[in-house]
Ligand binder design. Structure first.
Ligand SMILES: N[C@@H](CCC(=O)N[C@@H](CS)C(=O)NCC(=O)O)C(=O)O
Length: 225
C-alpha cells in the first residue's frame, strides 16, 4: 500500500485528491505544517528538501515534488487519463504543471508565506510580501485569460484542474474576490468540487471545500499594493 504525506490544504491536496480519484488503497500521514511552524526537522531524512507532499511506494521508494507524485499516481491508473488523453494533452498538462508549481506556487505563494527563503534581512520581508501579493494577483489573471473551456486541458477533467482548484482555494486566504474577478476560473473550480473524490478528501483533511479563511486574511491584506 502506498503512503502519502500531506498537510491540510497545502499543495499536497492535489495528490491526495488524485489518489481518491483513482480509488487507490493508501495510508495517509498528516503533518500540519502550520501548527508545526514548517516541515518538522525530525522528518528531514525522508525528504531532505523539507517539503510535503511525499509519496512512499510499497517497496519503500520515496517520491517528492507534487508534479512527480501526480505523474506516478496517473501511471497507477492509466484508464483515468489524469494527464490527458493524447500526447499533446500530456504536453499541455506539463506546461501548466511547470508554471503552476515553479512560478505561481513557488515564486508567488512560496515567497509570500516564506519571505525568509528569499532574504536574510527581515527588513526585506514586507517588500517581498507586497511584490508577491501583486505577482499572485497577476498569476490569477493569467489563469483567467488562458482558460478557454470548462477544463484546462482538452475537454475533460485532468490533474491540472485539481492543481488549479488547490491554488484557487489559496486565493481566499488573501481574501481576494475570486468569484467576482475570475469567472471562468470559478466555473472550472465549481466543476472540480462536484467530484466525490474532492469532497471526500477535504473532509478527511478537515478543511473548507472552497473558501479557506483559516489564515488571518484581514492581516494579509496590508500587503495588497
Ligand atoms: N516544489 C515542491 C514544493 C512543495 C512545498 O512547497 N510544499 C509546502 C506546502 S505547500 C511545504 O511543505 N512547506 C513546508 C515548509 O514551508 O516548511 C513541490 O511541488 O512539491
Amino acid at each position: 500500500m502506498v503512503q502519502l504525506w500531506v498537510s491540510p490544504g497545502a499543495c499536497s491536496l492535489l495528490p491526495h485528491i488524485l489518489l481518491n480519484e483513482i480509488n487507490a488503497d493508501f495510508e495517509l500521514v498528516i503533518v500540519d505544517i502550520v501548527k508545526e511552524l514548517g516541515f518538522p526537522e525530525k522528518y528531514k531524512e525522508i525528504n531532505p528538501k523539507k517539503r510535503l507532499p511525499i509519496l512512499i511506494l510499497d517497496d519503500g521508494t520515496v517520491i517528492t515534488e507534487t508534479v512527480a507524485i501526480s505523474t506516478k499516481i496517473s501511471q497507477m491508473a492509466p484508464d483515468h487519463h489524469l494527464l490527458g488523453s493524447d500526447d499533446l494533452e500530456i504536453v499541455r498538462s506539463y506546461e501548466w504543471f511547470n508554471w503552476l508549481s515553479g512560478t505561481f506556487h513557488e515564486r508567488g505563494f512560496g515567497s509570500f508565506f516564506g519571505p525568509h527563503r528569499f532574504a536574510d534581512d527581515e527588513i526585506a520581508f514586507d517588500p517581498i510580501r507586497r511584490s508577491s501579493y501583486a505577482f499572485i494577483e497577476q498569476c490569477f489573471s493569467d489563469v483567467e485569460e488562458r482558460l478557454t473551456g470548462v477544463y484546462a486541458v482538452g475537454n475533460a477533467f485532468t490533474a491540472v484542474d485539481v492543481f488549479l482548484y488547490v491554488i484557487y482555494r489559496w486565493g481566499h486566504m488573501l481574501r481576494l474576490d475570486m468569484k467576482g474577478a475570475y469567472p471562468k476560473y470559478t466555473k472550472l473550480v465549481l466543476e472540480v468540487t462536484k467530484r466525490a473524490a474532492v469532497s471526500k478528501t477535504v473532509e478527511k483533511e478537515g478543511i473548507p471545500l472552497i473558501e479557506d479563511n483559516r489564515a488571518d486574511g484581514a492581516d494579509l491584506q496590508k500587503y495588497k499594493p
